[in-house]
Design a protein around this ligand. Structure first.
Ligand code: ARG
Length: 500
């Protein structure tokens, strides 16, 4: 595009200027030529049209021979106005600061997410939803570490406490599991495990408290009479009946046998395998958000196949219909940040030796930098290949984020919601069609879902390992969405699920 203006346009707020702009501009505070301070000067400067606050095509100047008299009164008015504006800005900042932090400033109230609604600690974890998005009741219990230690949140001290086994029983266990989002019929066990030295305070049950909410029955204590805390399992997960043959495709993998990866599912659209997924409960499947993007976001187009190794065999059955798809609200198509989604099945899966859930990682679980993990799926067996007919698996090692982010690997593309796994020498990797499927590890004789297959540059190329969704950071979001009370609350309020 050509321009008739020789000088580039510039944006400058000249505001008020003494009319000496007719001559060369004076530096600020410089003593202007006294002749321009004549009291006979016109009250409106003759240069007014050149005081511009908008785009102009060149420096503004008075036409030659015109005098530009200053107006002292006007200067004072302008200075006062500027001071007034500054005062208003400062006041506005303080008002904003107060509104932003009103939960903190008004005596230890807790804010519901970032909604601006504040509640007293006594209304948190009391069994009744008060927050607009149910945050006050969504994180009151959790399972911590590889031993599934039950912990209860205290809104007063803003910390988590293990629960004494002392008077605990299965009924309490079922309530806690239900609160986390599990259905009572998957309840597995509550067991006492020896307290660890790191535990300083505990929660104890006040059994004489009558028929009130579980969390109101709990009080803090420095010890547990039994010396044991509750280890709670809400579902029998992470069990594989077949050993993994370490010597033993994916790219560079081996053919799986039935029951080896019982949580692995194949997700079909119009009779074609599109992505993998992992069973976490009878009704919930974890997959990747990029699998259910755009035209694939309609739950009714999907069929889920579990306990079948061969793709042709799947087409003989009907698969499970999908009732709902919940994609992570912060999923980003370009960076693949938060690449995780949940699928809720219309009818529950029947668990067998070949159809079983994997365990979601608990907070406080440490995976070693080079931890041995396993990937499985029906993805391509070489870069650019087609979907495999049989389920394949391979062993991969976790790669530290800092290393994976190095300039010669993924150069800072690995966000905290991602985890790298594979080999820098290449040769073994997940590939197209494996997405959404599991990256698992075995710890304490339990299989844990470490990640969901997300992306990679090419497949199995040197210095381009596989990138997986970091499941540990997604578990809170997963539990919250599984919680019936949270979903019911949204339905009752007729609010569209903010998580979809
Ligand atoms: N995005 C792929 C899919 O939709 C998975 C790619 C994994 N790539 C890799 N090099 N590990 O199936």
């Amino acid at each position: 595009m050509t321009s008739t203006v020789s000088q580039p346009p510039y944006y400058e707020n000249h505001g008020f200027q003494p009319e000496n702009v007719c001559s060369a501009r004076q530096p600020v505070n410089a003593n202007p030529d006294p002749k321009y301070f004549s009291t006979n000067a016109p009250s409106a400067p003759s240069c007014d049209p050149t005081v511009a606050t908008h785009q102009s095509s060149g420096p503004v100047a008075c036409s030659s021979g015109r005098t530009c008299a200053p107006n002292v009164k006007k200067t004072i008015v302008i200075i006062l106005s500027i001071l007034l504006v500054i005062c208003c800005a400062i006041t506005a900042y303080f008002i904003w600061y107060f509104v932003q932090n009103r939960c903190v400033t008004s005596s230890s109230l807790i804010e519901c997410g970032s909604s601006g609604v504040c509640l007293p600690p006594s209304q948190w974890c009391d069994g009744v939803i008060h927050c607009p998005n149910g945050e006050d009741e969504s994180r009151c219990v959790r399972l911590f570490g590889p031993n599934f230690i039950l912990e209860v949140y205290s809104p007063v001290s803003k910390s988590w406490y293990p629960v004494c086994q002392d008077d605990w029983n299965d009924n309490y266990g079922k309530i806690a599991c239900k609160d986390m989002g599990y259905s009572v019929d998957t309840y597995y066990y509550s067991r006492g495990v020896a307290t660890e030295v790191s535990f300083k305070s505990f929660m104890k049950l006040n059994t004489s408290a009558g028929n009130i909410d579980l969390y109101k029955k709990l009080y803090s204590s420095n010890s547990c009479a039994s010396g044991n805390v509750v280890s709670l399992r809400c579902i029998e997960c992470g069990l594989s009946t077949k050993n993994v043959n370490i010597m033993n495709r994916i790219v560079g993998g081996s053919g799986a046998v039935l029951g080896q990866w019982p949580w692995q599912v194949s997700l079909h659209v119009q009779g074609t395998h599109v992505c993998g997924g992992s069973i976490i409960t009878h009704q919930w499947i974890v997959t990747a958000a990029h699998c259910v993007e755009g035209q694939f976001s309609d739950p009714y187009s999907w069929r889920v196949y579990a306990g079948i190794l061969n793709q042709h065999e799947m087409l003989l059955g009907n698969g499970h219909r999908v009732q709902q798809i919940i994609s992570h609200p912060a999923y980003d198509t370009d960076s693949k940040d938060n690449d995780v989604a949940l699928m809720k099945l219309e009818t529950p899966l029947r668990f067998t030796d070949t159809v079983r859930p994997v365990c979601l990682p608990n907070p406080g679980m440490m995976f070693q930098p080079n931890q041995q993990c396993w990937i499985s799926g029906w993805g391509a067996e070489y870069q650019g290949g087609k979907t495999s007919n049989n389920l394949n698996y391979a062993m991969v090692s976790l790669i530290e984020r800092s290393r994976c982010n190095s300039i010669y690997i993924y150069n800072d593309m690995i966000l905290p919601t991602m985890i790298c796994a594979g080999y820098l020498r290449g040769g073994i990797d997940s590939c197209q069609g494996d997405s959404g499927g599991p990256l698992v590890t075995n710890k304490n004789s339990v299989w844990w879902l470490v990640g969901d297959t997300s992306w990679g540059t090419g497949c199995a190329s040197p210095n381009r390992p596989g990138v997986y969704g970091n499941m540990t950071v997604f578990t809170d979001w997963i539990y919250k969405n599984m919680q019936v009370k949270y979903r019911l609350f949204l339905i009752i309020l007729n609010v569209p699920n903010p998580e979809t």
